[in-house]
Design a protein around this ligand. Structure first.
Ligand code: SF4
Length: 373
């Protein structure tokens, strides 16, 4: 398949691995920001094929994982209201709130619907004018444009019974928060290619300069990721710290101007709390004042119950790359994809789920390096 098979070629992977091994002279730790990259790395065993001196740290780039418990609880409260149709992407339905999830609300009679596009929610609102239709807007810069366009369309068409519960987050402030952490071990970043395909790369040079850290825009197939690592290692070994684009087939410096235009019209940046991490200044989007009428938090006057994470869950440390999932005592024992205690085990992009799915059940020191053959 074009753009898939050609980026999974074992021979080319071997050559990239050899070049990385020839280049590296000392230990380096780099963070892949995106949960999609984490899954690709674990699925293909790329971390086990790298030299021991190159460590991959799994970052906070899974939107489901970082959506705070308080927001999940607000979603549950709104979805439980009569005359509300609550629409969401499917991966949010099993994320545990304080005492239940959206599946439970649906089982208890709530009108909770899985949609594949926010425009589906707009269509539902048009067909059921006697209901309040709420869309759960969760995600990074990748999903935000389609959601922004949906609200833009709703306003243009005069659809008044649609609103959004917004919990959008942005990658660059998260990178900054990781670098400012006193426990930070990250020496380079593999930036998320799909985020940059929307936003471009202009937000990254200042971060690379300020924190003297290489940032390589990287794709998702095995060869994309190995090429990102190769470039990051090369910069680290040379003592360089700049932004490189290793995903040019999808990313341009200026990003997607149409998407950026609608984002700037509909959203404005705001401080946002990240589950397990805390509040990161300017790290999210909320609806701009021009679209305030479409904000579900204003429309429904929801406060949400006081919410506390399960004490045993260490997802905050996982999301900051401070521990690997199998270092959590609950991993695979009382926390599994069927009985998740934290969002990093629920989400299809979560690091805990990736480790469980691909049977990384052992602590790092017992793992053996694999062969590419
Ligand atoms: S394994 Fe479960 S309990 Fe442990 S950090 Fe991951 S989600 Fe939380």
């Amino acid at each position: 398949m074009k753009y898939i098979d050609e980026f999974q070629d074992p021979e080319l992977a071997r050559r990239l691995l050899d070049e990385i091994a020839r280049t590296v002279t000392r230990p380096w730790a780099m963070m892949e920001v995106c949960g999609g990259q984490t899954h690709s790395i674990i699925r293909h065993g790329l971390d086990q094929l790298l030299p021991d001196t190159v460590e991959l740290i799994h970052g906070p780039g899974c939107p489901v994982c970082v959506t705070p418990l308080a927001v999940i609880d607000k979603a549950l409260e709104i979805a439980s209201l009569p005359d509300v149709v609550f629409c969401s992407f499917g991966d949010m339905l099993r994320v545990p709130g304080s005492d239940r999830d959206l599946f439970r609300v649906k089982g208890d009679g709530g009108d909770v619907r899985v949609v594949y596009s926010p425009l589906d929610a707009l269509r539902i609102a048009q067909r059921t004018p006697d209901k309040q239709v709420v869309f759960f807007g969760v995600g990074f810069e990748t999903t935000a444009p389609a959601i922004a366009m949906t609200v833009h369309q709703a306003k243009r068409l005069g659809v008044r019974n649609l609103s959004l519960l917004v919990s959008h987050v942005r990658v660059p402030p998260a990178i900054e928060a990781v670098m400012r952490s006193p426990d930070c071990r990250v020496q380079a970043f593999l930036a998320a290619g799909h985020v940059c395909s929307v936003m471009g790369t202009s937000e990254y040079p200042a971060l690379a300069d300020t924190y003297r850290v290489p940032i390589v825009v990287t794709g998702f197939e095995p060869l994309d990721i190995l090429e990102g690592i190769r470039r990051a290692v090369r910069q680290l070994e040379r003592g360089e710290h700049h932004v490189e684009n290793a995903y040019p087939r999808a990313v341009s410096a200026q990003g997607n101007p149409v998407a950026l235009r609608v984002l700037r019209e509909v959203f404005t940046t705001t401080d946002r709390t990240w589950r397990g991490i805390g509040t990161i200044p300017d790290s999210g989007w909320r609806l701009s004042d021009a679209y305030r009428d479409y904000d579900a938090e204003h429309r429904f006057d929801i406060t949400g119950p006081a919410a506390a994470e399960p004490a045993v869950c260490r997802s905050g440390e996982v999301l900051q790359g401070l521990i690997k999932p199998h270092e959590c005592a609950a991993f695979g024992i009382i926390c599994t994809p069927r009985t998740p205690l934290g969002a990093t085990m629920v989400s299809s992009e979560g690091a805990c789920a990736a480790y469980y799915l691909y049977r990384r059940l052992s602590p790092p020191h017992t793992e053996e390096k694999a062969s590419v053959d």
